[in-house]
Design a binder for this molecule. Structure first.
Ligand code: WT7
Length: 656
């Protein structure tokens, strides 16, 4: 990592905001001053941009750390804020969603239409017995119904748990069980890579054979018809969206709910095998979602065409597709499919077609476009773009410069935004029109956000040094807990710096001489593949779940396109080897992980080895395996129980 740091610190390019951009920007330098003067009052002022059925009188309550409440005595309805209030303000005809299906079909959904659809669905959900506090799982492709489903659940005070459509039946099942979902909303399928990709079978499988799971909680499955493919049907349980929603009443009055009413659970990988159900609540979350979308993306709802390319299955899709932009009354593009279907210029074609002005995407996407070459984006008119954002992993200066030059025409400011599922909204980023940007650095905490870089003891490292990133003060959109597991919540984020009351983010970071933050990747056993979080332990346990595997160790090796790639080292059972040829096993194991967790978790490489490097206490030394996976000289092996094991492993890996 140190060579990477040295490389980054030689980066000296700087880009000052243009006078033209600054003149129209939503952000101003005085936001920092206002927040520094009174942080809580600053956030309360941002919260007042929302509609409160009952105005709040309290700001932050941090009397029982790490359990925070914000605006606790206020009441609001999240969906009302994203829909009805815009319609009531006369903006019903404004397009909310410019939806583009992968096959090229399109739908324009206005605020009035989306409000109508959400009201009908809210009535359907209520008729199906869903009440405030109940959990609803959403397993859908990127279609307008996905956004409508989230908002309808929120509207009735229930809690959604969106499960990314790329996750397997097993992953879906464990998330349904952990949350105790009462209803699942899915579709027959969605379009991906040029063909209809089924979803309903995974739901059927997740709900089948429930004998040994926890008690059955799912009463109904509501199914959107998207691909018109044949699905199996369980009468009484399964219901078609098109039978129920259009027939339902569009009269529905949004009820107020307390600011701390749970809004959603979103599962994310941690350092153990079991995903964590990150819990977010309503008032503080929506406040920070809307505020950051406005100042960081510089959203001008009347004129901008905004496009965040994230799937709603991730936090980026929650905060910057559904909640932030709709709370702000934005017009946004939603694209169902993959970037290279039916041709590698599809995204740029969409930018040109809709006149996208703000683009928010991930470094992995930028790097893969970079690899394909600039001639592809150059075939499209990208001159509408005026702001570019990056999220999900560190963006290397080369990709940053390419993004600026080829996509942004050397004028659009780039915001590199650091945050997490747990933080709910952007925490560290330049403010466009205010901050002079530096390629590769996420730069500065937002107004109202306090971060530091500390050593293992919690001591501030100071400019020019590296350490661990901590958040030193609570923030409105912070997670309120891990669903059903308050102990794990404390242990994962708060115990490390318990005396100081800091939130431990799990990221390494360095402060440069100006005090700007450079993120250096995770310091725990969490990998970041294409901006998605994967747990080494979760993949290891999937591998040892295969009949052939005795032991497995997984590492994230650096990868040119995906940031990190999953590399697995497996020791095969003697008994398996006696009875089976090893031929084809590597492919079988890769596919196995894909089936167990989802295609994103499929290892790039699987190496069959006879031993794993372990310390005398039996801990696997993944650091050494990472050296092998990245083709480096193997580091210090003196703490290994058997110091010879690394040369054996190296031999077995390079033989391939
Ligand atoms: C982890 C959070 C935030 C939405 C997408 C990912 C890494 C995220 C950046 C960035 C460097 C970043 C961190 C973080 N990360 N954004 N701009 N620069 N690293 O959400 O799945 O919860 O992952 O992604 O390591 O801890 P997530």
């Amino acid at each position: 990592m140190s060579s990477q740091i040295d490389h980054l610190l030689t980066e000296t390019r700087r880009f000052a905001p243009s006078a033209e951009f600054a003149a129209q920007a939503n952000a101003h330098a005085d936001l920092y001053e206002a927040a520094a003067q009174d942080r809580e009052a600053f956030w309360a002022e941002q919260a007042r941009a929302l509609h409160w059925h009952t105005p709040f009188t309290k700001n932050l309550d941090w009397s029982n750390p790490p359990f925070a409440t914000w605006f606790e005595d206020g009441e609001l309805n999240v969906a009302y804020n994203c829909l009805d209030r815009h319609v009531e303000a006369g903006l019903g005809d404004r397009v909310a969603l410019l939806w583009e299906g992968e096959p090229g079909d399109e739908r324009r959904v206005t605020y009035a239409e989306l409000t109508d659809e959400v009201k009908r669905l809210a009535n359907v959900l209520t008729d199906l017995g869903v009440e405030a506090g109940d959990r609803v799982a959403i397993y859908l492709p990127m279609i307008p119904e996905a956004v409508a489903s989230m908002l309808a659940v929120a509207r009735i005070g229930a809690i959604h748990s969106v499960v990314f459509g790329g996750f397997s039946a097993d992953s879906l099942r464990s998330r349904i069980d952990d949350a105790g979902a009462k209803l699942v909303i899915t579709s027959d399928g969605g379009y991906r890579k040029g063909k209809a990709s089924p979803l309903k079978p995974a739901v059927d499988q997740a709900l089948a054979d429930r004998g040994h799971g926890p008690q059955e909680t799912v009463e109904h499955v509501l199914v959107v018809k998207r691909t018109d493919t044949e699905v199996s049907w369980q009468d009484g349980r399964d219901l078609w969206w098109h039978d129920l929603v259009p027939a339902a009443s569009a009269d529905h009055v949004a009820q107020p709910f307390p600011a701390e009413n749970p809004l959603f659970i979103l599962y994310t990988s941690g350092t153990t095998g079991k995903p964590k159900g990150i819990l977010h609540t309503s008032g503080g979350y929506l406040t920070q979602a809307a505020f950051t979308n406005k100042v960081v993306h510089d959203l001008h709802a009347e004129t901008d065409v905004y496009w965040c390319t994230a799937d709603i299955g991730w936090i980026t899709g929650h905060t910057y597709v559904t909640y932030g932009p709709l709370a702000n009354g934005a017009t946004q593009v939603i694209y169902e499919g993959t970037p290279d279907t039916p041709h590698p210029g599809r995204w740029w074609e969409i930018v040109a077609k809709y006149g996208v002005t703000i683009l928010y995407t991930a470094p992995t996407a930028i790097r893969s476009f970079m690899k394909l070459g600039r001639s592809i984006p150059e075939q499209h008119d990208l001159s509408s773009l005026r702001l570019l954002g990056s999220v999900g992993e560190p963006i290397n200066p080369e990709a940053w410069m390419w993004y600026r030059h080829v996509i942004g025409g050397d004028t659009a400011p780039i915001v590199d935004t650091w945050w997490q599922t747990e933080t709910g909204a952007i925490m560290v980023s330049a403010l466009p029109g205010v901050t002079e940007t530096k390629p590769g650095s996420a730069q500065v905490p937002l107004p109202g956000i306090s971060v530091d870089v500390v050593d293992e003891k919690g001591e501030v490292v100071g400019n020019g040094n590296g350490g661990l990133l901590v958040l030193t003060e609570p923030w409105p959109s912070m997670l309120r807990g891990i669903w059903g597991d308050p102990e794990r919540f404390k242990e994962t984020y708060w115990d490390k710096f318990a005396d100081l009351g800091y939130y431990f983010a799990g990221d390494g970071a360095r402060l440069d001489e100006d005090g700007d933050v450079w993120f250096l990747g995770r310091v725990d056993d969490v990998m970041n593949v294409s901006g998605h979080r994967l747990s080494t332990t979760e993949i290891e346990s999937a591998l040892v779940g295969n009949e052939a595997v005795a032991e497995a160790a997984v590492v994230g090796a650096s990868d040119e396109t995906t940031g990190q790639a999953v590399v697995a080292f497996c020791v095969i059972k003697e008994s398996y080897m006696k009875a089976n040829p090893l031929e084809g096993l590597v492919d079988t194991l890769r596919a196995w992980v894909g089936e167990q967790i989802g295609p994103i978790a499929r290892p790039r490489d699987v190496y069959i080895v006879t031993e794993l490097p372990k310390t005398r206490s039996g801990k696997i030394m993944r650091r050494l395996l990472r050296d092998v996976a990245e083709g480096r000289e193997v580091g210090d092996t003196t703490t290994l129980a058997d110091t010879m094991v690394m040369s054996t492993i190296k031999g077995q890996v390079t033989k391939k």
